[in-house]
Design a protein around this ligand. Structure first.
Ligand code: ADP
Ligand code: MG
Length: 311
């Protein structure tokens, strides 16, 4: 369904080039939920923006994205015409920045249907009512007439979901979609999303730093560190036996009620990107001399599992 080959995103800065996403490759099958986890600044959102064709103008991107049989080059605006909305639906963390404050939310959804699906106004309104009911926006008639500021955070995020899903795109990209919401609302929205994927056999790229959400949702997981995918595995493999020292650190830092916190991850520490060797070496407790000299290649542990480490 989706195939990403050699995606890189760079920024030119005063002190040289900053590589925010460093040559990553992955694929998502039909009906599959792939998660990306990793600490803040690891390049997750830029990966999402690349796949949505909405990178910042100052970014320089490389790589090839194949989506539903179409070849798309990140950064080439022309390639992405007619892709957004039709082939990809996007859900971001903060719906207020994406919704228009002066148009009622029903119109914001039905307009997408009229434009992308060429529906009549009557059909688009009927379909919007159906989607609102399905996504738990009750009562749908009242909700459709409301403006974003009249809705709760959870309801706004459901409207975003309605906009992303209404044209039934084959790929959904969700970047921290429920991070700002309280846990019960978060669980309901994730369930909506998961049901949609199972019903329509669409593909979902789900970005979250919450490993609990990841365990609940993802079939396969990519762990990113400093712009690279350092481990990729099926969710059960990764949670049972994380191979990369960084993945181990991430899993250990999930608070557990039944045991003391072993080693909290130092979230605030952002080491400068080392010139040679493994990006994680400065923080790695298993570091050997080769780790600071030579960048590790991707090592295959099984058909579905790979790790970038001098294990
Ligand atoms: P994540 O979503 O994993 O927290 P991002 O993908 O947003 O990380 O960002 C990755 C890195 O790229 C960060 O260090 C961030 O500061 C940098 N970055 C993101 N957007 C820009 C931009 N427009 N200009 C320069 N640097 C950026
Ligand atoms: Mg982000």
């Amino acid at each position: 369904m989706l195939d990403v080959q050699g995606l890189s995103v760079r920024f030119d800065g005063a002190d040289g080039v900053f590589v925010a996403v460093n040559n990553i490759s992955f694929a998502i099958n039909k009906g599959e939920i792939v998660g990306i986890a990793g600490e803040s600044g690891s390049g997750k959102s830029l990966t999402a923006l690349s796949l949505a064709g909405v990178l910042p103008e100052t970014a320089r991107a490389e790589g090839l994205i194949q989506l539903a049989g179409r070849k798309l080059r990140p950064g080439y605006a022309k390639d992405w015409q007619n892709v957004r909305g039709r082939l990809t639906g996007i859900v971001f963390q903060e719906p207020l920045t994406c919704l228009n404050p002066v148009i009622n939310v029903g119109t914001q959804v039905s307009e997408v249907l009229r434009i992308h699906k060429s529906m009549s106004e009557k059909d688009a309104v009927a379909e919007t009512l159906r989607i609102f009911a399905k996504l738990g926006l009750h009562p749908p008639k009242l909700r459709m007439r409301q403006y974003p500021h009249q809705l709760s955070g959870g309801q706004r995020q459901r409207v975003m979901l309605a906009i992303a899903l209404c044209c039934q795109p084959p790929l959904i990209i969700a970047d921290e979609p429920t991070t700002a919401l309280d846990v019960t609302v978060q669980a309901q929205i994730l369930l909506n999303l998961r049901n949609y994927i199972h019903e329509t056999q669409a593909s979902l790229l789900l970005i979250t730093h919450d490993l609990g959400v990841m365990a609940y949702m993802a079939d396969r997981i990519l762990i990113m560190y400093a712009g690279r995918v350092v481990e990729e595995a099926n969710a059960d493999e990764l949670f049972r036996k994380p191979a990369h020292p960084y993945t181990q650190l991430l899993l250990q830092s999930v608070p557990r009620i039944d045991r003391p916190l072993k080693r909290p991850v130092s979230w605030l520490m952002t080491p400068a990107q080392p010139k040679a060797g493994c990006e994680f070496a400065p923080r790695c407790t298993y570091r050997r001399s080769i780790c600071t000299q030579q960048a590790p290649a991707s090592l295959r542990l099984s058909g579905t599992w790979s790790v970038r480490c001098h294990i």
